[in-house]
Design a protein around this ligand. Structure first.
Ligand code: AMP
Ligand code: MG
Length: 334
């Protein structure tokens, strides 16, 4: 982590009293690449002092963003034995556990999207999900899937809001927040930057991007990756004050006998969802767009568009198996 490269960009606007500058930083966290970019202004009268202060201030903000993402990773990673999520997975099948309000909140949001999508989004997908190992090209066989399917059931997660507790009504239930935690981390980081007085910022973690304001007089340009050409963009969108999340079958996968096994699982079958290849959701709330991109990916074009068109605050761009691009009604009107 210490080897992170800090890139300070070079747009200096000198005047007698105001100095302003873009700052950028990229780092690895939550098993992915994260990126932050923001505009800082200093109203100090003395220019030299201002430069020192603005750079110190930028470093501070970068540390806050990195620290926040790392903190969320420590709590929610399934790969860290001591994370709160791992503790829940180890014990909530047999006892009622008190959990932090933060994790409780994310479990509640996850339940809400599960109900909204009739189980297309289901964090208990992990009851089978943990038997996939994409790096080593391992997948569960049919009988392992069959055995695990009864533990894929979001209604088995019992939440008590007053006590802030969780209990799994089925012994073998496991949960995973990979479909929602990065969006939440982006949301938290944007809130911290805003609190610090920043008005133009971009925070990205993997396929999740959140924007504060515009890119100083012009919109931010956010790309949606081409699903079958690693370094190409399928689309670039001018956005401001929005969040966008993309779920794609090219992020973590292996191909066996011509079949693509990837990280987004249809909870009904325990197998990878294959109705579409890429789903991007645009809206104000980074947590929601993250969860919805995973949801719509599982639902596919017809049911997915129907759900998005019923939600006035969210729009979708879906790329189907023939690599045709489809956009939701709200985007067609623009
Ligand atoms: P994203 O990249 O946001 O689409 O999220 C993909 C991640 O969501 C996967 O790596 C899993 O951690 C998790 N996931 C996979 N399938 C589901 C599902 N059906 N419901 C909720 N989370 C899922
Ligand atoms: Mg997602």
């Amino acid at each position: 982590m210490l080897k992170n490269i800090v890139v300070f960009i070079a747009i200096f606007l000198y005047s007698q009293t105001v100095e302003a500058q873009w700052f950028k930083n990229s780092f690895k966290v939550m098993g992915t690449q994260a990126h932050v970019e923001f505009w800082l202004e200093s109203n100090e009268a003395k220019q030299d002092k201002a430069t020192e202060n603005i750079e110190q201030h930028a470093q501070q903000l970068i540390s806050i963003v990195q620290g926040e993402m790392q903190r969320i990773d420590e709590a929610m990673s399934p790969y860290k034995a001591n994370s709160e999520l791992s503790l829940i997975n180890a014990r909530a099948g047999t006892e009622t556990l008190k959990i932090t309000p933060e994790l409780f909140h994310l479990l509640q949001v996850s339940q809400k999207i599960s109900r909204l999508s009739k189980g297309a989004f289901d964090i208990t997908y992990a009851s089978i999900g943990y038997q996939y190992d994409y790096r080593n090209q391992q997948r569960p066989n049919k009988s392992a899937i069959k055995k695990a399917l009864s533990a894929i059931d979001y209604s088995a997660i019992k939440l008590d809001e007053k006590q802030s507790t969780v209990h799994f009504a089925h012994h073998n239930v496991k949960i995973d927040l990979g479909g929602i935690a990065k969006g939440y981390a982006v949301k938290r980081c944007l809130a911290l930057l805003k609190e610090a007085g920043v008005t133009h910022a971009l925070v990205n973690a993997g396929g999740d991007t959140g924007l504060l304001g515009d890119r100083h007089g012009r919109p931010w340009l956010v790309g949606i990756k081409h699903p079958r050409a690693a370094y190409k963009m399928a689309v670039e969108l001018p956005l401001e004050n929005e969040a966008i999340s993309t779920s794609g079958d090219y992020e973590r996968y292996f191909i066996e006998d011509g079949v693509r096994y990837h990280h987004i699982i249809n909870p009904q079958t325990g197998d990878s969802a294959r109705k579409v290849v890429s789903v991007s959701i645009i809206g104000k709330d980074p947590t929601m767009v993250d969860a919805l991109s995973t949801t719509i990916f599982v639902q596919g074009l017809v049911a997915g568009m129907k759900l998005i068109d019923s939600l006035p605050d969210y729009e979708a761009i879906i790329i189907d198996n023939e690599q045709t691009l489809h956009v939701s009604k709200g985007l067609q009107q623009q």
